[in-house]
Design a protein around this ligand. Structure first.
Ligand code: FES
Length: 162
């Protein structure tokens, strides 16, 4: 299972109630599961376990099945986005310049896997497609900041800036 990092739950009772009310209002909808997960992500910004539990209770779909759907579709996030979102470009130009090595090193430095957020909520790590800076490959973005021509050795220094 991919759930290796425990991020503190930051959802509120108001958010939980909003989801419950939506589920009650839409209980007769055909194929409710996907729209319910989308609604939960809209409300919480990601799919916390608490939201999955509420959906499971209202739809009868098991938590295992919900988890399977949430991990299958890339639009769903199981972790909140960190204050600093690190995107490692995996477009062709970056890939041939070994951006996988950059991603691997970031996973080691941050002690999280791609798609996860550090337990303090500071950094989240993901891969992305070409960001239009191929001449600087391999490239990462941290929020709006672009760093290119990376070898991997500079990553610790870059992270320390944030
Ligand atoms: S492929 Fe990475 S910036 Fe274009």
């Amino acid at each position: 299972m991919k759930n290796t990092v425990v991020v503190p739950y930051t959802g509120t009772p108001e958010q939980e109630n909003e989801l419950k009310e939506w589920l009650i209002e839409n209980k007769d909808m055909q194929g409710l599961t996907m729209p319910a997960l989308q609604k939960a992500q809209e409300i919480f910004g990601y799919l916390p376990r608490a939201a999955q539990t509420i959906i499971s209770e209202h739809t009868g779909v098991s938590l295992e099945e919900l988890y399977g759907i949430a991990t299958f579709y890339s639009m769903f996030r199981l972790y909140p986005v960190g204050d600093y979102k690190i995107s490692v470009c995996m477009g062709t130009a970056c890939y041939v310049k070994n951006s996988q090595n950059i991603l691997d090193k970031l996973e080691v430095l941050l002690k999280i896997k791609e798609g996860e957020t550090t337990p303090d909520g500071k950094f989240s790590l993901e891969s992305c497609r070409c960001i239009g800076a191929c001449g600087l490959a391999p490239v990462i973005m941290i929020n709006e900041d672009v760093y290119g021509r990376l070898t991997g050795d500079e990553l610790e220094g870059i992270l320390a800036k944030y």
